[in-house]
Design a protein around this ligand. Structure first.
Ligand code: GDP
Ligand code: MG
Length: 233
């Protein structure tokens, strides 16, 4: 709990069994509920998560879109969350969940509904491959041109929001596009007070599941298509 608010952390996982225990054991005590959502893990992710017990709940959601289930995992986690504040973060140790004791008071003090934790511009010590930084920059520009709002990190995998807005987020994308979708839907909804909050990343534990070029191209296409779908509806 932070200031009487119950905190739920959702961790989407595919084959993160090797370090899940370590990541969860390091989580701050004020996180009240941890939801591990495995999507088609072929390793021991589910067994490891179930073995931890305590605050940890385990969901298996094996739906995929083009082979990816990242968005389905987040949607299931968000749906199952019982906290007043819901946090999403990769289960690879890269996102600074230990800073939630600063980020959540910032959300509450500023009466925000949704915080997206931006990695760019990079803070000291953060290492992110240049081609990845360039790709995110292009997507940030695409969003500015098409949706008219300025964003620093379209693809951050860490966000913090009040449970009250979860239905208003209208999440539908089961693949990686959940990441731009959650930010676009939060930032363009006049009933949701959205802000970015600057963070720095840690070194990843385990292998990335990403094909950056393919995913980036897919994001660019989806961001464009979604803009015109919104307009006509
Ligand atoms: N549920 C689910 N999680 C996935 C999938 N692919 C990756 N993940 C998880 O989603 C998070 C982000 O993936 P990651 O490989 O870290 O991508 P990166 O941060 O862009 O390098 C990690 O916690 C992965 O375990 C998937 O298809 N389904
Ligand atoms: Mg990651």
């Amino acid at each position: 709990m932070i200031r009487g608010q119950k905190i739920t952390l959702c961790l989407p996982c595919r084959n993160e069994g090797g370090h899940l225990k370590k990541i969860i054991s390091k989580l701050p005590g004020y996180i009240d509920e941890i939801i591990v959502i495995s999507n088609n893990s072929k390793d021991n992710t589910v067994e490891v998560a179930k073995g931890i017990g305590g605050k940890v709940k385990v969901i298996e959601d094996n739906r995929v879109l083009g082979g990816i289930g990242y968005g389905f995992a987040h949607m299931s986690g968000i749906n199952a969350a019982t906290g007043d504040i819901i946090v999403g973060a990769d289960a690879d140790g890269t996102y600074p969940v230990e800073k939630l004791d600063i980020i959540i008071p910032h959300l509450l003090d500023n009466k925000l509904d949704f915080i997206s934790c931006n990695r760019y511009p990079l803070q000291d010590g953060t290492k992110i491959p240049f081609k990845l930084q360039l790709g995110v920059n292009l997507l940030n520009w695409e969003i500015l041109l098409l949706y008219g709002f300025k964003i620093k990190d379209t693809l951050s995998g860490m966000w913090v929001f009040k449970k009250d807005v979860r239905k208003k987020l209208n999440l539908t994308m089961g693949d990686w596009n959940l990441s731009p979708q959650i930010k676009i839907n939060a930032a363009t909804n006049p009933k949701i007070k959205f802000e970015e909050y600057s963070i720095s990343q840690h070194q990843r534990l385990g292998e990335t599941k990403q094909n950056y070029f393919k995913t980036g191209y897919n994001h660019a296409k989806w961001i464009l298509k979604n803009r015109f779908k919104q307009k006509s509806s």
